[in-house]
Design a binder for this molecule. Structure first.
Ligand SMILES: *Cc1c(COP(=O)(O)O)cnc(C)c1O
Length: 363
């Protein structure tokens, strides 16, 4: 039991900015003087529509999203998108429905499996043989001429593997950005589609974000469920069905918070600083070891192992005693993972580094 907030290194749902939670708490019962909370008002009413439009505008400003892209707030998470993307885009293939995939971990594996229900999911490159510890060199990608798009995961949340540059490809680039959206500056023009769940770096679960180049709208397969037909959603302000209003509201508060932090360029510098602190600690230690190719180490999910795995439980328990929570790695890869999204303060990362050094000295 804690009587104060801890440092929560969970991969998602993840820690949110304290200021944002405090504001939401203060407005919970009476939002904007309406005498009711944001969760209790009509999604089509004036107050919520303004809140929704402001959130979209702030996201556009933060990511510098051109007018030639639609921004949709949908549901079903990134996993839902794994189905919606092939349904909306595969018909653009020149022959049969088909897309290329760069397999870099668990999340692209899931995307491939789902897409294969709707057409050919061609694996153009894979680092599976290396245990997904690296990203295949682009010169070795076997891209197809007849694919509708190229799918990547910009940050593999489980492995802790991140593209440091946006690959240049001829076909529209589709990127699962669930776990590193808003953490680094991107040129949106380099993408056809950016998609992700909000619960890593934006807000509460329940909201999925889709940024799509407008010329890619309107090609959906006839079987596409109406709520996932992007053209139809774009025509109705993403409100074909009732949107997750509280998640949209809270995402909007996070966007305002991020603007107060100086925007994406400023938070990127902090993310570099935070991840460097942890990677330097790992590299200088003889107890901790990282397995990810140094060129592609994630700034958001720092994964590492204890040389002596028998110490894992003691390491996790000792951390929890100091209020450093949820640092155990995903069961599929083991080891440790510290997820340090935008909302994790540098003090939290420093506290973890101090603990890691203290634990190592104790061995
Ligand atoms: C968490 C995560 C997902 C799953 O998102 P849901 O919202 O649960 O569908 C997909 N891709 C990546 C990269 C993730 O980190």
């Amino acid at each position: 039991m804690f009587d104060q907030r801890v440092y929560n290194f969970a991969p998602g749902p993840a820690t949110l900015p304290e200021e944002v939670l405090k504001q939401a708490a203060s407005e919970m019962l009476n939002w904007q003087g309406l005498g009711m909370g944001v969760m209790e008002v009509s999604h089509r009413g004036k107050a919520f529509m303004a809140c929704y439009e402001e959130a979209v505008a702030d996201l556009r400003e933060l990511m510098n999203i051109p007018d030639s892209y639609a921004v949709l707030f949908l549901q079903g998470g990134a996993i839902g998108m794994n189905a919606a993307i092939p349904m909306n885009l595969m018909p653009l293939a020149s022959k049969a429905p088909k897309a290329d995939f760069i397999a870099t971990g668990i999340w692209t594996e899931k995307s491939i499996k789902e897409a294969a229900k709707y057409g050919e999911a061609h694996i153009a490159a894979s680092s599976q043989a290396n245990g997904y510890t690296t990203i295949p060199d682009q010169k070795d990608w076997q891209l197809s001429d007849d694919a509708a798009y190229v799918h990547i995961c910009s940050n593999e949340t489980v492995g802790g593997l991140e593209f440091q540059d946006v690959p240049k490809v001829a076909k529209p680039l589709v990127a699962d950005v669930s776990s590193n959206i808003l953490s680094r500056v991107w040129d949106v023009n380099q993408f056809g589609v950016l998609f992700g769940g909000a619960q890593k770096n934006i807000g509460p679960a329940g909201l999925s974000i889709l940024i799509v180049r407008k010329d890619l709208l309107g090609h959906a397969m006839p079987i596409t469920p109406t709520i996932w037909d992007w053209a139809k959603q774009a025509e109705s302000d993403s409100m074909l069905n009732t949107p997750p209003t509280f998640s949209v509201y809270l995402a909007g508060l996070v966007f305002k918070w991020l603007k107060r932090q100086g925007g994406v360029a400023a938070i990127e510098q902090k993310n570099i600083q935070k991840s460097n602190l942890l990677y330097e600690c790992i590299d200088q230690s003889s107890l901790y070891v990282g397995k990810i190719d140094q060129r592609y180490r994630s700034r958001m999910n720092v994964t590492f192992y204890l040389q002596d795995e028998a110490l894992n439980d003691a390491f996790v328990a000792g951390a929890a005693k100091q209020g450093l929570m949820n640092i155990k790695g995903h069961k599929s890869v083991g080891g440790m993972r510290a997820s340090i999204y935008n909302a994790m303060p540098i003090e939290g990362v420093q506290a973890l580094v101090d603990y890691m050094k203290e634990f190592e000295r104790g061995q």
